[in-house]
Design a protein around this ligand. Structure first.
Ligand SMILES: NC(=O)c1ccc[n+]([C@@H]2O[C@H](COP(=O)([O-])OP(=O)(O)OC[C@H]3O[C@@H](n4cnc5c(N)ncnc54)[C@H](O)[C@@H]3O)[C@@H](O)[C@H]2O)c1
Ligand SMILES: O=C(O)C(=O)C[C@@H](O)[C@H](O)[C@H](O)COP(=O)(O)O
Ligand SMILES: [Zn+2]
Length: 361
C-alpha cells in the first residue's frame, strides 16, 4: 500500500492508495471512526450500486451507517441537491460526532465535502475516491458546488480526515472518465515536473495506455505533486493557483456547453492547450503547438471543440472566474514545463485567439 501524510495549517491526514481498500475502511480508519455516532455515505446513483454496499459493510463493523445517493454527473453540484443533502443530514440526526463518507468521483467529493464543511458549521468527512480524476480532487480540501452563473462559485476549504483510494474501483470507469482524469495528471506534469511530463509523453499516447497498470505510479506522483502544493499554500494565496492551469477556459467551456456535456478533464485539456497558445502569443514561451496538440488528439481529447462555442459567451463566463481582476481575464500561463505564471490578459487578445483555429497561432 502507498501511504503519505498531508500537513496543512490546522489539519493532518493520510492518503492511502492500493487495490481493494474499500473492504478495509474499518481497520484503515479505525482511529477516525471509532466512537462516532453515525456515518453517512454520500454517493451517486451509478457508484453506489457498484460499491456502496461493500463500503457500508466495512464501515458497519465499527459504527451505524446510513447512505444517500444523488444523481450522477456534474449537474448534482447544484444548490438544490446540496439542500437535499442537508435535509438528509438532519433527518438522519447527524451531529458533530458523526462523519460523512464521500464515495464517488470529484462531483461527490466536492458536494459531500461541502455538505460536511457547512452542516452544523462543519463535521468531518473521509474521501473514498472512485475516479481517476479524483487523484486530483480528493486531496487539498477544495469543496463546493456550481451556480447557474458559474462553476464552483460556492464552496469552502475543508480538509478530509483521510483519503482512501481503492484503485480497484477504477476498473468500471468509462473511457470518457479515464480520459477526463488523465487530463489533470497532465496538468500536474506541465506545471511542476518536466521529467514527469517527458515520461507521460513517452508512455501515454492512447487511451489504452492510460488504463495500463503502470498508471498506478503516475497516480501517486500526481497526488504527491498536488499535496506538496497544498501544503505550501492551502488557501490559494499564491502557488496553489497554478493548479488552475487550463481551468480559466476549461470552467467557461463546462458552463457554456451545459454542465456535464463536456467532462471536466476534456474542458481542462482544451484550456491547457489554449493557455499554451496564449503563452506563445504573449511571447512568454515557444511551445510547438502542433506537437502538443497532436499529443492531446492522439490520446483522445476533442481540442478543436472550443471553436464550436461563441467566443463572446466563453469570455462572459470567464469574467466570473475567481481569479479575474479588474484589468482582465486571469490565466495560468506556462513559460515552459515546470514554470507556470499567473497573468492577466486583455479580453481583445483572448477573443482573437478564440476565433483563430490554426494550431500554430
Ligand atoms: N476539489 C477539487 O480539488 C477538484 C479538483 C478537480 C476536479 N474537481 C471537480 O471534480 C468534478 C469532476 O469529477 P469526476 O470526473 O470524478 O466526475 P464524477 O464524480 O461526476 O464522475 C464521473 C462519472 O463517472 C461515474 N463513476 C464514478 N466512479 C465510477 C466507477 N468507479 N465506476 C464507474 N463509474 C464511475 C460517476 O457516476 C459519473 O457519472 C468536477 O465537478 C470538478 O470541478 C474538483
Ligand atoms: O485544488 C486546486 O486548487 C485546484 O485548482 C484543482 C482543480 O483541478 C479543480 O478543478 C478545482 O476545483 C478548481 O478550483 P477553482 O477554485 O478554480 O474552482
Ligand atoms: Zn480541475
Amino acid at each position: 500500500m502507498e501511504k503519505f501524510t498531508i500537513t496543512t495549517t490546522n489539519d493532518q491526514y493520510d492518503v492511502l492508495i492500493d487495490y481493494g481498500l474499500r473492504h478495509q475502511l474499518d481497520t484503515l480508519c479505525r482511529s477516525i471512526l471509532e466512537g462516532r455516532k453515525k456515518a453517512l455515505i454520500i454517493s451517486d446513483t451509478k457508484v453506489y450500486p457498484l460499491y456502496g454496499e461493500e463500503v457500508k459493510k466495512s464501515l458497519a463493523r465499527l459504527l451505524p451507517v446510513a447512505h444517500v445517493t444523488v444523481p450522477n454527473g456534474e449537474r448534482a453540484k447544484s444548490l438544490e441537491v446540496y439542500r437535499d443533502l442537508l435535509t438528509t443530514c438532519i433527518e438522519e440526526e447527524l451531529d458533530r460526532n458523526s462523519i460523512i463518507i464521500a464515495l464517488g468521483g470529484g462531483v461527490i467529493g466536492d458536494i459531500a465535502g461541502f455538505t460536511a464543511a457547512t452542516y452544523m458549521r462543519g463535521i468531518p468527512f473521509i474521501q473514498v475516491p472512485t475516479t481517476l480524476l479524483a487523484q486530483d480532487s480528493s486531496v487539498g480540501g477544495k469543496t463546493g458546488i456550481n451556480h447557474p452563473l458559474g462553476k464552483n462559485l460556492i464552496g469552502a476549504f475543508h480538509q478530509p480526515s483521510a483519503v482512501v483510494y481503492d484503485i480497484d474501483m477504477l476498473q468500471t470507469l468509462s473511457d470518457k472518465e479515464w480520459l477526463s482524469g488523465f487530463a489533470e495528471m497532465m496538468k500536474h506534469a506541465y506545471i511542476q515536473d518536466p521529467n514527469y511530463l517527458a515520461w507521460l509523453k513517452e508512455h501515454v499516447n492512447t487511451l489504452d495506455d492510460i488504463k495500463k497498470p503502470s498508471i498506478r505510479s503516475s497516480i501517486r506522483r500526481s497526488m504527491k505533486i498536488k499535496a506538496t502544493i497544498v501544503e505550501k499554500d492551502e488557501k490559494e494565496a499564491g502557488i496553489r493557483a497554478f493548479l488552475n492551469f487550463g481551468h480559466t477556459l476549461g470552467h467557461a467551456l463546462e458552463k457554456v456547453s451545459g454542465y456535464g456535456e463536456l467532462t471536466h478533464g476534456e474542458a481542462v485539456a482544451c484550456g491547457m492547450l489554449f493557455a499554451m497558445r496564449l503563452s506563445n502569443t504573449l511571447q512568454l514561451s515557444t511551445w510547438d503547438i502542433e506537437e502538443e496538440k497532436a499529443w492531446f488528439q492522439a490520446i483522445g481529447y476533442p481540442v478543436d471543440i472550443v471553436f464550436q462555442y461563441e467566443p463572446e459567451a466563453l469570455i462572459e463566463a470567464m469574467r466570473l472566474d475567481k481569479k479575474r481582476t479588474s484589468k482582465g481575464l486571469t490565466f495560468v500561463l506556462l513559460k515552459k514545463a515546470g514554470e507556470p505564471m499567473i497573468q492577466t490578459v486583455k479580453e481583445t487578445i483572448v477573443r482573437q485567439l478564440l476565433q483563430r483555429k490554426e494550431a500554430s497561432s
